[in-house]
Design a protein around this ligand. Structure first.
Ligand code: SF4
Ligand code: SF4
Length: 146
């Protein structure tokens, strides 16, 4: 399981603000559902639940630090797409570390990613285990486990 699916901390820590145009169209189809947003200023919207403390995005399901998911994953705002889990592709993420710390969760470690990779490999059929793949970790992010 991807570490984000056992976390959700950033969705319950930061204001999620974006230009209203993102409700019209997203990068791969329909945009952010407008009913889950509220105005921030003349040009920007925020996800309901993230404008003031305590923060919790209306689209987040589950318990932070437990099993979580974004119920509009394919239609989430650009700012959500930009947050990387710390250590994904070997890149640190202060935003991720701070969100996790705010919810009493330790920063992700190499062991978390090794466990994730092991789980991904174990789900592959034996004939595919050694096959090359063009599937990047970020494309797998928060994908439902098979
Ligand atoms: S990016 Fe970091 S804080 Fe956000 S859900 Fe993933 S692990 Fe948690
Ligand atoms: S839209 Fe989805 S990814 Fe973005 S903050 Fe809300 S629950 Fe998290």
């Amino acid at each position: 399981m991807h570490p984000c699916m056992n976390c959700g901390a950033c969705c319950a820590t930061y204001r999620v603000a974006f230009h209203w145009i993102e409700t019209i169209h997203g990068p791969v189809g329909p945009g952010v559902p407008e009913t889950l947003t509220q105005p921030l200023d003349a040009h920007r919207l925020v996800m309901v639940g993230t404008k003031s403390s305590p923060v919790r995005c209306v689209a987040l399901t589950g318990h932070v630090g437990g099993c979580t998911t974004c119920r509009i994953y394919d239609r989430r705002p650009s700012v959500c797409r930009e947050v990387m889990a710390a250590g994904e592709n070997g890149v640190p993420s202060d935003q991720c570390d701070r969100a996790r710390a705010a919810h009493g969760l330790a920063p992700l470690t190499r062991a978390d990613w090794q466990a994730h990779e092991k789980a991904v490999i174990s789900r592959l059929a034996p004939s595919r285990r050694d096959a090359p793949t063009n599937e990047s970790p970020s494309r797998r992010r928060r994908a439902r486990p098979a």
